[in-house]
Every structure is written in C-alpha cells, then in structure tokens.
Design a protein around this ligand. Structure first.
Ligand SMILES: Cc1cc2nc3c(=O)[nH]c(=O)nc-3n(C[C@H](O)[C@H](O)[C@H](O)COP(=O)(O)O)c2cc1C
Length: 202
C-alpha cells in the first residue's frame, strides 16, 4: 500500500485535545494511508473527562473524534488485543506516537512490560528501530520518571514532552495545540504547511 501507516496510542494523561488534533491532521494528510488508533482504559477515561466522548460502540470512536468522513483512514484497535497485526514486528509501520502518554505507560515501555497493545506496539517500534515518540505529560517529575525517560531514549525512543512553545504569540489554545501536533508530525517525517517557523530576531 502506498502512503504511510502511523500508529497513535492515547493513554491516560491529560491532553485529550492534542490526540484529537493529531488525528485530524493525520486524517487530512494525503501522504498518510492508514492510522491505527489504540486507546488505553486511562485514555478512555480522559476522552470522557476532557472531550465528553464515550461511544457505546468503540468502533465509532474515530468518527466521534474526527468526524465520519475523515475517520475512513482511521482504524480503532482494542488495547487488550495483543494478537493484533501491530503486535508483530513483521507488520510494517512508519512510526508511532503516544499522545498523551501517561507516566505509567512510559514506565511500562521503559521496563519492557508489553502487557497491552499500546505497550507492545511501542516495544515493537523500538526493537525494529522505527520512530517512537512519547508525549508524556505531568509535573513535577520524580527520579523514577527521569530514569524511565533516559531508558527509553537509550533504546531509540523520543521523549517529546507535551510542552507547546509560546514564542509565536499564540492567543488561543487551539493554535498552541495545532503547532505542537505539527512538531510531532514533522518528527515523523510529515511536515505540515500549517507549521510556523521561527525566523529569528535581530
Ligand atoms: C482525569 C485524569 C487525569 C490524569 N492525568 C495524568 C497526567 O497528566 N499524567 C499522568 O502520567 N497520569 C495522569 N493520570 C493518571 C493515569 O491515567 C493513570 O496512571 C493510569 O493508570 C494510566 O494508565 P494508562 O497509561 O494505561 O492509560 C490521570 C488520571 C485521570 C483520571
């Protein structure tokens, strides 16, 4: 199949609005053929708390997040389905991002604990040398979190903290969210026209 295959994991850290925007951008991107969406139970809770989304039929989740037309490219996979194609390195993908990434999921990945599909798919991306971005969010951080970040970085993962930049003078949350997601996509080899670039100051 031509076009990129991207895996998006949503875990139980605050920032569900970022997951929604990332999926919208991926769905609209002609270079992307397929997006797999996996949501942990914590992620489900966040989607409900922060976006008011709790579809009875989970197959409807992509449409609830990005709209029915845009959702055609998105495939929802259950986090308990550790037998899904993504659980094997033999299934080709072009990268994975976990956004938002809880510190629990960070810790599991750093420890090689692949007990659900998000964690297993992340492990597969690391062992196959494919891009893996972990957009963790919390503050403050303890030494366990810091050591886990270092372990993931040493294994080839990218610590991509959910920390938007303020230097473009964005007045709206929407713009901050979009610009952060554009940075994520650029790191996955999908630079966006919407991404603003710092031109330098005198
Ligand atoms: C409303 C809400 C907000 C949360 N925010 C965060 C957060 O920002 N960062 C974090 O690491 N955990 C956060 N948590 C805790 C995680 O959801 C919890 O540790 C969960 O077990 C993570 O599991 P998961 O990674 O499989 O989703 C939050 C929980 C709730 C209910």
């Amino acid at each position: 199949m031509s076009g990129k295959t991207i895996v998006v994991g949503v875990s139980g850290a605050s920032g569900a609005v970022y997951a929604k925007r990332l999926l919208e951008l991926l769905a609209a991107d002609k270079r992307v053929a397929r997006v797999f969406l996996i949501v942990s139970s914590g992620g489900m809770r966040l989607l409900k708390e922060e976006l008011g989304l709790a579809p009875k039929n989970l197959a409807e989740l992509p449409a609830a997040l990005v709209g029915r037309a845009a959702a055609k490219k998105l495939e929802y996979l259950h986090n308990a389905d550790i037998g899904a194609a993504l659980a094997s390195g033999s299934y080709p993908t072009d990268g994975m991002v976990i956004l938002p990434c809880s510190l629990a999921t960070l810790g599991a990945i750093a420890s090689g604990v692949s007990d659900n599909l998000i964690r297993r798919a992340a492990d597969v991306h690391l062992k196959e040398g494919r891009p893996l971005l972990l957009c963790w969010r919390d503050t403050p951080l303890n030494t366990i979190h810091l050591e886990n970040m270092l372990r993931v970085a040493r294994a080839g993962g990218v610590n991509f903290p959910l920390s938007p930049g303020y230097y473009f003078g964005a007045q709206q949350l929407d713009e901050l969210v979009t610009q952060f997601c554009c940075r994520v996509l650029a790191r996955l080899g999908l630079p966006q026209e919407k991404q603003r670039q710092w031109k330098g100051t005198k």
